[in-house]
Ligand binder design. Sequence first.
Ligand SMILES: [Zn+2]
Length: 288
Amino acid sequence: MMETIVSSQNQATIARPVRLCGISANDFRDCVAEIRPAPANHGIVFRTPQGPVRACIANLCRQERHHTTSLRNGEAHVRTVEHLLSALYGLGIDNAAIELKRCGIPFRDFSADWFCRLIVHAGVRELPERRRLAKITERETFFGPGGETAILSPTPHDRLTVECHIDFPDPIGKATVRYDSGDGNYADAVAPARSFMSSPLADGDSDKWERVRSIYPILPEDPSESPLITYTEGRFLTPLRFPNEPATHKLLDFLGDISLLGLRLAGRVEVYRPGHRFTAETVARMAP
Ligand SMILES: [Zn+2]
């Protein structure tokens, strides 16, 4: 159960526009995006040549494969929004207009680090209007079909705290990471965590990396410079940026997907084995 409250916090937007140029994570073609300041109560809205797409659960593409989060509104379609949404959420940006020349969002790696650095460089501007929050008022548990679980609990404060648990085969294994929106350390502690992908090839194959690259042309010659963590049985092909990077990436994704609620969440969430589909279903069930 949740209720909408007006908090003592103010809404915020990006202080000045930020231009992103690069290739899209979907088709690896050149694309351009610009994150622009927006007034209070505007929310996060992608502006595509086909029309606007608000970042909200009603616009989630449920038909697509679920290793990523995509949004659609009529003919307008934006793919792989979760890392940018996570950066905006983590940095406290409530309102922004994101102009897209095509449907793709440029990226540097499969983390939120680049987005975060650009937004921090541009600055965050507080708006005079108060922020409305979705406050958890009763303990509630949601289960997914694959063992995913989210336990929502009320807290006396108006922050969001998350405890994220993962359980994968080696070398990722079991891990737990924690987040507190009041800590203000999203940019350093969460944003740099990259996504991860199991190599489809067995250990002991000397041409392993080249074969992975033939499937994923975005990958560089040197696996240690990969924009996402790749691993095979028992070992990582890409060195981790920090311990628990895979679990931290799951937390990063969780924050991006939870932002589709449209309001910041206040309370405590323990989440086990989260994935895009489960988090989106949890948001849909929570939505006021
Ligand atoms: Zn991700």
